[in-house]
Design a protein around this ligand. Structure first.
Ligand SMILES: NC(=O)c1ccc[n+]([C@@H]2O[C@H](COP(=O)([O-])OP(=O)(O)OC[C@H]3O[C@@H](n4cnc5c(N)ncnc54)[C@H](O)[C@@H]3O)[C@@H](O)[C@H]2O)c1
Length: 346
């Protein structure tokens, strides 16, 4: 078995836009842990150069250029727009490089399946970039889970013109789909969903109700056109309410406990939450799997499961718009161009 256990790990970041540049920064910050940011790849070479000037490494305009350079790379983050995840990750894995692929894993289930099978065939460590798994508030919540029966989840963002290649389900809600799937620990029985394009040509606001085989229900709302930023997940389980704020990294529970007098008592509890940056925890976990040649904490199969549910939600949203005769209702920006409006997301 190949081993890079004691070696310094040479890392590449592919795509250093709004989010990928954070990967570059964190890898540089991990220098004391035997990590070297060796290469930064971006189709916009000036952007790659700006990042290497700040954090080190050699700039390249494409993965092909990086591979042609002969520079030894052990592992890479793929943070290009979702539509290009497969192409970039395939090239890297075929060159023997382990990959962390940003969420959503891919644009379609066929692409996700190809990624899963490539990683398995080529023996690569491949992780899906579901960052919220590494949010310290989420980590503090796992020990509280018993039998969640009802989730209420809100992920609202103020509009910014980013990630508009995908709709709000693939952009934002997918974080919560991954978390709820892990917490509910039961197959999804039914999906009901409504979603509308408002500011862009794709769905900007979505409301989803999931019912699991266990009877557990999850209501999820995601918006990228809100007036406020909210990142909350709350759930009820026997005798307990748990509230998690992803942004404030805050968790608390209220537990109903019987008392001798017969009047139940409500006991509050706040578990300790670490202050580690989620991206640092995520990349450290990925590099541990690379060194140990072990299964990453978030597998490509997890990424595929969240994507599969997101695609089912997109289908239900499209069906709803059809039932409501909303197929031709364009977004505000697309008013007057009904032909290319509304259905772009799905
Ligand atoms: N985990 C999270 O919380 C989180 C947050 C934001 C974005 N993301 C994900 O990260 C990815 C990137 O999002 P972003 O907001 O940074 O996008 P972005 O558009 O800001 O950046 C993408 C970068 O990739 C470059 N690029 C495009 N095609 C390329 C190619 N073929 N090869 C090399 N470089 C290429 C672009 O020049 C750009 O600099 C998306 O998949 C997105 O869903 C994840």
């Amino acid at each position: 078995m190949e081993s890079v256990n004691r070696e310094e790990l040479s890392i590449a970041v592919v795509g250093v836009g709004a989010f990928g540049k954070n990967h570059a920064r964190v890898y540089r910050e991990l220098a004391d842990d035997g990590v070297k940011l060796a290469a930064v790849v971006d189709a916009d070479l000036a952007r790659a150069q700006a990042i290497t000037a700040e954090h080190g490494g050699r700039p390249f305009a494409s993965v092909s250029d990086l591979l042609a350079s002969g520079l030894k790379i052990h592992a890479a983050s793929v943070a290009v727009p979702t539509v290009y995840h497969l192409a970039a990750a395939r090239q890297l894995m075929e060159a023997g490089i382990d990959v962390l692929i940003e969420k959503p894993l891919a644009f379609s289930l066929d692409q996700a399946d190809e990624l899963v099978s490539l990683a398995s065939k080529l023996g690569r460590v491949a992780q899906a970039g579901h960052l919220e798994r590494f949010n310290p508030a989420v980590r503090a919540t796992w020990p509280l889970l018993t039998r969640p029966m009802f989730f209420e989840v809100h992920r609202l963002s103020v509009f910014t013109p980013r990630s508009l290649d995908v709709d709000v389900v693939l952009d934002l809600m997918i974080h919560d789909l991954d978390i709820v799937l892990k917490m509910a620990k039961s197959p999804v029985r039914e999906v009901r969903a409504v979603g509308l394009p408002v500011l862009t040509g794709k769905v900007d606001i979505a409301s989803v109700r999931l019912e699991f085989e266990s009877g557990c229900i999850a209501n999820l709302t995601a918006s990228r056109i809100s007036t406020e930023r909210v990142r909350k997940l709350r759930f009820f389980q026997p005798a307990q309410y748990v509230s998690l704020d992803y942004s404030r990294r805050d968790v608390f529970s209220l537990t109903v406990q019987p008392t001798e007098g017969g009047v139940p008592q409500i006991v509050p509890y706040k578990p300790p939450v670490s202050s580690e940056e989620p991206l640092r925890a995520e990349l450290s976990s990925f590099l541990r799997a690379v060194r140990e040649r072990s299964q990453p904490e978030v597998t490509l199969a997890d990424g595929r499961a969240a994507l599969s549910l997101a695609i089912e939600i997109q289908q239900q949203m499209a069906d709803h718009r059809k039932r409501a005769h909303l197929e031709d209702v364009g977004s505000i920006l697309h008013v007057g161009t009904p032909k290319d409006s509304g259905s772009g997301a799905d």
